[in-house]
Design a protein around this ligand. Structure first.
Ligand code: AMP
Length: 209
């Protein structure tokens, strides 16, 4: 299964990806996680990316495309992968398409997790992640166990200002990839409002349909 999760910031892509890989047994490739790891390590790519990420802006296509195409060419992706957060622009979608075409493989599905803008800010601002396990919590909707509360991380782009920019970028830069995949007949729209378990079931049903 070669698939992509698309949706606005705070739609639940990371949460759903972590659940779906148990079912599909494919690597979860999150461009945001890869970029955050590069920032933490202080690599040249990380230093460049951080300038954009902290403001909620997109990292330039040439940086992200190379990073992801190298990753999906690794042997663990031979039988499939789940991309989360990439592609996020039309040039990224076209670059992925060309690379897959050259490799003689095809995308099976693009899952679009739809959440109204009004809900996104609260989802992101209350989001916390556990650096040890990668688990994602929400202070109100999915509170973390008290014993790990002290080690949780609040992303620096999960502020009201950065989320506002990220949502704007989603509409201006990322939404144009939707018709691209719709025209290929592989787009699955899923309502992303509700309990995470319910949404996982919706996604699984959409993938099986
Ligand atoms: P995410 O974890 O997917 O919300 O991504 C966090 C941030 O990383 C985004 O706001 C961008 O600054 C950057 N980023 C992640 N994926 C991409 C991408 N495919 N293209 C450009 N920037 C990206």
């Amino acid at each position: 299964m070669r698939m992509i999760l698309v949706g606005p910031p705070g739609a639940g892509k990371g949460t759903q990806a972590a659940r779906l890989i148990d079912t599909y047994r494919i690597p979860h490739i999150s461009s945001g996680d890869m970029l955050r790891a590069a920032v933490k390590e202080g690599t040249a790519l990380g230093v460049e990316a951080d300038r954009f990420m902290k403001l909620g802006k997109l990292v330039p296509d040439e940086v992200v495309i190379g990073m992801i195409l190298e990753r999906v060419a690794l042997p663990d992706c031979a039988a499939g992968f789940m991309l989360d957060g990439f592609p996020r622009t039309r040039p990224q979608a076209e670059a992925l398409d060309a690379a897959m075409h050259a490799a003689g493989v095809e995308l099976d599905a693009v899952v679009l997790i739809e959440v109204p803008d009004l809900l996104l800010e609260e989802r992101a601002v209350g989001r916390r992640s556990d650096p040890e396990t990668g688990a994602i919590y929400h202070l109100k909707y999915n509170p973390p166990p008290p014993d790990i509360a002290g080690r949780l991380v609040h992303r620096k782009d999960d502020t009201v200002e950065a989320v506002t920019t990220r949502v704007q970028k989603y509409h201006s830069e990322t939404a144009p990839i939707i018709p691209f995949y719709q025209s290929k007949g592989i787009l699955k729209r899923v309502d992303g409002v509700g309990e995470p378990d319910v949404i996982t079931r919706r996604i699984t049903a959409a993938l099986n349909s």
